[in-house]
Write a protein that binds this ligand. Sequence first.
Ligand code: SAH
Length: 344
Amino acid sequence: MKTNIQGLTAEEFDALMKAQGEPAYRARQLFQWVHQKLVTDFEAMTNFSKVQRERFTSLWEVRHLGIEAVEQSKTSPTRKYLFKLPDGEGVESVLMIFENRLSACVSTQAGCAYGCVFCASGLFGLKRNLECWEILDQVYSMQRNATERISNIVFMGTGEPLANYDNTLKTIRLLNNPNGLGIGMRHMTVSTVGNVPMILKLADEGHPIRLAVSLHAPNDELRDKLMPVNKKYKIGELLEACRTYQSKVKRRMTFEYTLIDNVNDSPSLAHQLVNLLRGFRCHVNLIPLNPMDEYKGKAPSRNRVMAFQAILEEARIPVTVREERGQDITAACGQLRRRMMKGA
Ligand code: SAH
């Protein structure tokens, strides 16, 4: 069987080429073809000789994801991709086009083990971790299809990135490599359900990666009901880990708060949130719930969202309400993979 070289690091490329008796600069050339020019066919790698190209083709492959479906939202410049893996698993990614940047939202696991009650990703539990190449090629496949450069990456698709820690980190480093796409670590966001030990581990890497924490409730009683992970790591412990992250990484972090009508969107909960986040250098992202059949919650009215936002603003906490992007194509939150799994 051919060796898959997609997702290998520069050091691994060096070793491959060395084993072929090739000099180090050849490894760098190959790395650039794969990670910068995003070429998957050795025949197109024109600075190698015909003999070399044939040898590489016989030994290696640059595996890439098959695009199962692409949908363009009619209401916003958002494109949704569904990729199919050889074992039948589905992976979803979203490309969001903003005025001056392209932001790619990628998945790190097939399914999810955490079971937050309002999220479609956990409905079928965790199937498996995605391999590094399977995370990486979501970005590469979308980039091959885009005219502008992807400038931002958010690890906010299906799954918990910090529960697939090594492959997520390896992907981040490859995306950051100047001989690859060269996307700044500052332009990458890892979103976590609140996996405390892994937040601390990420803090120790010393990379300026932006951390987003899914909070969704300002007290343990409510968070316990929405997010089973809270039974393991309480809010106090979670925020302590966030403080440590901030002191080591020195970046403003994000708290995500999905607003659910009459569940976690009252003014008094907004005040509790203000007290909880006092002294944090943070930004709060309010996300009106994307409804799904399996959960009875609804998105709050526009007025309730604005009232919640106003309380944070009065306390001078930077806050934005996430634009509803691509709802018409169920681009959010595991909903399109769910549709595939149900065969709809
Ligand atoms: N596991 C990671 C990343 C994936 S979820 C995490 O928990 O952060 C990305 C964000 O979408 C999270 O904040 C998640 O809580 C939110 N989300 C999930 N389902 C949603 C829904 N139905 N409506 C609105 N936001 C949702």
